[in-house]
Design a protein around this ligand. Structure first.
Ligand code: ZN
Length: 298
C-alpha cells in the first residue's frame, strides 16, 4: 500500500511541481534509498515497533527497507555483522548488549565515510561505553550516563545551553501529548513544518547528556514539571555530523501509539532521506498535526 505520506518524484512531476523545484529533486532522487533497520534487543517492545517502522518505509517509493535482527540478550553476538556499507541509511531500534568489536569498527567506518544513521528513541540509551557511538548520537541517557558523558544540552531563551552541572543523564516524566517546537525552520528536514505541533502520547526524554559535538538541535519540547519533567526545553530532534556521515536523532517513539503520530512518521522519513543524501524531497502530508490537534496514522 502506498500512502499519502510519500510525495515521491513521480508524483512531484504531476501534482507537486512547485515542490520539485523547491527541493531541486533530480533523476537520482527516483532511485530508492536502501534502508537497514536494526533491532533484536531493546527494553522497549521492538517486536511490535520494528514492523511499524518498516511499514512506513515500505509505504514510500523513496525507500527499500530490510531488517537486521541481532541474537537475543546475553546470547553469543559474534555472528551479528550486518553489511552496513550496502545501505544508504541505517535506522536503529536497538538498545542492548555491546556489538562485537569488528561490527563496531564496521559501523564507525560506514558512518565516518558518509553513511547515514538514524537513532530512534531508546537507541540513544545504548552503548554508554562506546565513545564513537556517543559522538554519533550527540546526546544519550541512562545506562550509567552522568557528567563524564558530557554536558546536558537544552534550550533557554531561544538558544542552546550546554550545562556541565553534575547529575545523571536521562530521565522522563509521565507519558502525555506534548508540543514539539521547531528551532531551525531552514533545515531541509524541518522546512514547511508548523512552528509547533502536538505530538501523540509519548515519553518526553529529558536531561540527556553527551559530547554533543557537531550537533544541531532542530526541535525541542518543554518538559513540564507538572508531568514530572525537567522544566527545560529539551531537544527532541537533532542532526549530528560524524566524519563525512550525517546522523538524524529522534528521541520520540516510545511505543506504537507514539510512532503512529504523523509528525513522528514525517520527520523519521525526512530525517532518513536527509541522512542518506543530504537533501529532502518528501513533502508534508495533508494531515500533519497542528499546535492544537495531534494526528495519528491509523
Ligand atoms: Zn521509552
Amino acid at each position: 500500500m502506498r500512502r499519502y505520506i510519500c510525495i515521491c518524484p513521480a508524483l512531484f512531476l504531476v501534482s507537486f511541481s512547485f515542490l520539485l523545484a523547491a527541493s531541486q529533486a533530480t533523476a537520482a532522487d527516483s532511485v530508492p534509498l536502501k534502508v537497514l533497520i536494526l533491532d533484536g534487543q531493546n527494553n522497549h517492545d521492538w517486536k511490535t515497533t520494528s514492523p511499524i517502522l518498516k511499514s512506513y518505509f515500505q509505504q514510500c517509493d523513496r525507500f527499500d527497507v530490510e531488517v537486521a535482527t541481532s541474537p537475543p540478550e546475553r546470547h553469543d553476538m559474534s555472528s551479528f555483522r550486518p553489511k552496513f556499507a550496502d545501505y544508504d541509511v541505517v535506522v536503529s531500534n536497538y538498545n542492548g548488549n555491546a556489538w562485537p568489536k569488528q561490527t563496531q569498527l564496521d559501523f564507525q567506518a560506514y558512518v565516518h565515510n558518509g553513511g547515514g544513521f538514524v537513532a530512534v528513541h531508546a537507541a540513544d540509551n545504548s552503548f554508554p561505553d562506546w565513545p564513537e557511538y556517543n559522538q554519533m548520537i550527540g546526546l544519550g541517557g541512562w545506562e550509567g550516563r552522568a557528567q563524564h558523558s558530557g554536558p546536558y544540552v537544552y534550550f533557554r531563551d531561544g538558544a542552546p545551553v550546554r550545562d556541565d552541572t553534575k547529575g545523571r543523564g536521562g530521565s522522563h516524566g509521565s507519558q502525555h501529548e506534548f508540543l514539539v517546537t521547531t528551532r531551525d525552520a531552514n533545515h531541509p528536514i524541518m522546512q514547511g513544518l508548523p512552528t509547533s505541533w502536538l505530538h501523540t502520547k509519548d515519553e518526553l526524554y529529558d536531561r540527556l547528556r553527551g559530547p554533543a559535538k557537531n550537533m544541531q538541535i532542530l526541535a525541542t519540547a518543554y518538559a513540564d514539571p507538572k508531568q514530572r519533567g525537567s522544566g527545560r526545553e529539551e531537544p527532541m530532534l537533532m542532526v549530528i555530523k560524524y566524519g563525512s556521515g550525517r546522523v538524524f536523532h529522534t528521541t520520540l517513539g516510545h511505543a506504537d501509539y507514539s510512532m503512529r503520530c504523523v509528525g513522528f512518521i514525517t520527520t523519521l522519513l525526512r530525517g532518513s532521506e536527509w541522512a542518506a543524501t543530504g537533501k529532502v524531497t518528501l513533502a508534508l502530508p495533508t494531515d500533519f498535526p497542528t499546535a492544537k490537534k495531534s494526528s495519528s496514522q491509523k
